[in-house]
Every structure is written in structure tokens, then in C-alpha cells.
Design a protein around this ligand. Structure first.
Ligand SMILES: *Cc1c(COP(=O)(O)O)cnc(C)c1O
Length: 230
């Protein structure tokens, strides 16, 4: 299958899942996860209208963004080290991976210096997987008012990467938990928090049924990644 065919398939599955959850297809944004793939491969997706891409490494964003069209949107979906914020911030449309109060403060400070506002999502480790980055549900509740005070952050919602399970039904409770946490924070602090970034290649339909507005899909579009020696 070509990237074009894969993208068409993914888009129609997104539309079907959105319909199941009583929403329209355009209520869900497809973030095509292009990590490890070279510019030429990503161009194939651009050629059939894909504009939003996700990368998990700052190095890859720094290399790819200047080499590609200006009207693409780049989302950082992986852990961000504080000392890399300054370099990557001007290139990102959205940072999904605000995983500590210190990182939120650093992004706010540098956005302020750059006289812009950063669109971000707060990453929550809903399954409390020790190997994963993110706030615990308790710590996000405790830190949320401090994050809302940060004037150069636009917090659009929450993001999660559940512990891997090949069976999407096993992670459905984690997706539901992220949605419930969003609803609770939204009510408590009186902010909309429209976005839920959840769902990957094998479980995005389930995530959409549970309210995802952003799905991060890599291998179903581009194929199996080869991490090589790097
Ligand atoms: C790689 C990655 C994805 C995409 O995973 P696929 O299984 O290839 O769709 C989604 N989210 C994050 C945070 C990732 O690092």
C-alpha cells in the first residue's frame, strides 16, 4: 500500500469513528507522526493534502521544518528537555508533551521573551506507568491553577500515552479517564480545555469514541519504523 492509500484508509476510519461518537469527521485532527521518516517520505503525505505532522524529537523538527513547505503544522509529541525549548518553540504549532510544572514555566518564560503565546497540551500519565512521562492525575489537579496563571501559555487540553496493549479495549478505560479528568478540570477552573490528544495507529478508533480531538498516527500511514542504529 502507498502512503496515499494508507492516509485515505486512516481518514475514513477516523470519519467512521467520529460518526459513531456522534461527531463530525472534522472534529478530529489527524496528526501524522513522521518521526524517523525523511523529508521525501513526508512529502508524499503533503502531496495529498496532509498538513499536520507530529515529531517526538527536537532534532528531527529542527532538521525537517526548514526543508519543507511553510504552511505545514508541526506538533511536538515527545518529551521536551528544558534546555531545548528556545530552539524548538518557534517551529512548533503545538506542544503535546508539557509533562512538568517546571517545563510549563520554562515554555511560558521563553514564549514571553519571543512575544508569543505557545499552544500546549498537558501530558497526563493516566495509567501511572512508571516508564512514561507526564503528570499523575493527582499532580495535574494540584498544579493546574499555577499553569493557568502562565500568561504566555494557551492550554488547549490534555494528552496521554497509555501503557501499550495490543487490545484497544484494554486501554479504553485510560482514554475515558483522560476525558473525565479534562471535564473535571474544565469545570473546576472554568476553562474550555477542548482538546484531547489520545490514540495511535492501533487504538485511535477507540480513542475517538472516548472523545479524542487529536489522534497521533504514524505506522498506519508511513509503515513500520526502522530506528536503525540511531
Ligand atoms: C510514535 C508515536 C505515536 C505514533 O505511533 P504509531 O503506533 O506509529 O501510530 C503517537 N504518539 C507518540 C507520543 C509517539 O511517540
Amino acid at each position: 500500500m502507498s502512503i496515499a492509500e494508507n492516509l485515505e484508509n486512516v481518514r475514513s476510519q477516523i470519519a467512521a469513528a467520529a460518526l459513531t461518537s456522534g461527531r463530525s469527521a472534522d472534529a478530529v485532527t489527524l496528526v501524522a507522526v513522521s518521526k524517523t521518516w525523511p523529508v521525501e517520505t513526508i512529502e508524499e503525505a503533503v502531496a495529498i493534502g496532509q498538513k499536520v505532522f507530529g515529531e517526538n524529537k527536537v532534532q528531527e523538527i529542527l532538521a525537517k521544518v526548514p526543508a519543507m513547505a511553510d504552511d505545514l503544522q508541526w506538533h511536538l509529541i515527545g518529551h521536551l528537555q528544558k534546555n531545548k525549548v528556545r530552539k524548538v518553540l518557534p517551529l512548533c504549532a503545538c506542544i503535546h508533551s508539557i509533562d512538568s510544572l517546571e517545563l510549563a514555566q520554562q515554555v511560558d518564560r521563553i514564549s514571553g521573551e519571543l512575544e508569543r503565546k505557545a499552544s500546549v497540551l498537558v501530558q497526563v500519565n493516566v495509567s501511572c506507568d512508571e516508564a512514561k512521562f507526564g503528570f499523575s492525575p493527582e499532580s495535574v489537579r494540584a498544579s493546574f491553577d499555577e499553569m493557568l496563571e502562565l500568561k504566555h501559555l494557551e492550554i488547549g487540553g490534555l494528552m496521554t500515552v497509555p501503557a501499550f496493549d495490543p487490545d484497544p479495549e484494554k486501554v479504553r478505560p485510560d482514554f475515558a479517564r483522560l476525558r473525565e479528568l479534562r471535564d473535571a478540570l474544565s469545570e473546576k477552573f472554568g476553562v474550555p480545555l477542548t482538546d484531547l490528544s489520545m490514540g495511535m495507529s492501533h487504538d485511535f478508533a477507540t480513542a475517538i469514541e472516548e472523545g479524542a480531538t487529536l489522534v497521533r498516527i504514524g505506522s498506519s500511514i508511513f509503515g513500520t519504523r526502522d530506528y536503525g542504529s540511531g
